[in-house]
Design a protein around this ligand. Structure first.
Ligand SMILES: C[S@@+](CC[C@H](N)C(=O)[O-])C[C@H]1O[C@@H](n2cnc3c(N)ncnc32)[C@H](O)[C@@H]1O
Length: 189
């Protein structure tokens, strides 16, 4: 059992619980055509973000790392007509692709994209959720000798969480069509 099985299971979950979705499928297709890397969240992960946002009645969402806007569309669908999603993308070319995908999905007025973001926690209300994706990185998080920047960042995040009294957090390992990775879920008290 390995990556082929993880991918097949993710595809089964997506077929059974998500189905075809014109706007999301178009966002992935146009991202691939524009040469963006295939590192968006998987469909089940996108739906998880959507359900988490809905479950806390989120009307205001901050996303760091838009890529082609795939996860942004999932989040925009969760916040309702009067809600908004603030999404930050460092690469201007990716942001252009995302802008078109988000507009095609009908959320041009829901999603705003400023240039920089400094400190998520100070902007998150009590009862709000912060989700950090890609924190396991094939196990790099537990390898003190790893020079994988994502692994180092994930270790720093966990060191901060150890001493941050405002946040209750857990990290879940995942396998799927994106391989072996995981996410950290943080509830702001
Ligand atoms: C894994 S991708 C995001 C995938 C996207 N959330 C999705 O699921 O569709 C990470 C993105 O973060 C962007 N990024 C990296 N560092 C950043 C920063 N400091 N500020 C904003 N975006 C950043 C990268 O350019 C890349 O597009």
């Amino acid at each position: 059992m390995g990556e082929d099985t993880w991918t097949a299971v993710d595809e089964y979950i997506a077929r059974q619980l998500i189905g075809e979705d014109a706007a999301l499928d178009a966002a992935l297709q146009s991202s691939a055509e524009a040469g963006l890397p295939a590192i968006a969240v998987s469909p089940p992960q996108g739906k998880l973000l959507h359900l988490l946002a809905r479950s806390i009645g989120a009307r205001s969402v901050l996303e760091i790392g838009t890529l082609g806007g795939y996860s942004t569309i999932w989040l925009a669908r969760a916040v309702g007509q009067d809600g908004h999603v603030l999404t930050l993308e460092a690469d201007a070319r990716y942001a252009e692709v995302a802008r078109a995908n988000i507009a095609r999905a009908g959320f041009a007025d829901t999603v705003e994209t400023p240039e920089y973001f400094s400190w998520a926690l100070q902007r998150t209300r009590s009862g709000g959720l912060i989700v950090a994706d890609n924190v396991i990185r094939d196990g790099a998080i537990v390898d003190p000798h790893s020079e994988n920047p994502g692994g180092l960042a994930a270790r720093r995040l966990h060191e901060m969480l150890e001493t941050e009294p405002r946040v209750s957090a857990t990290t879940i390992q995942t396998v799927g069509l994106k391989g072996y990775d995981g996410f950290t879920l943080m509830l702001v008290d």
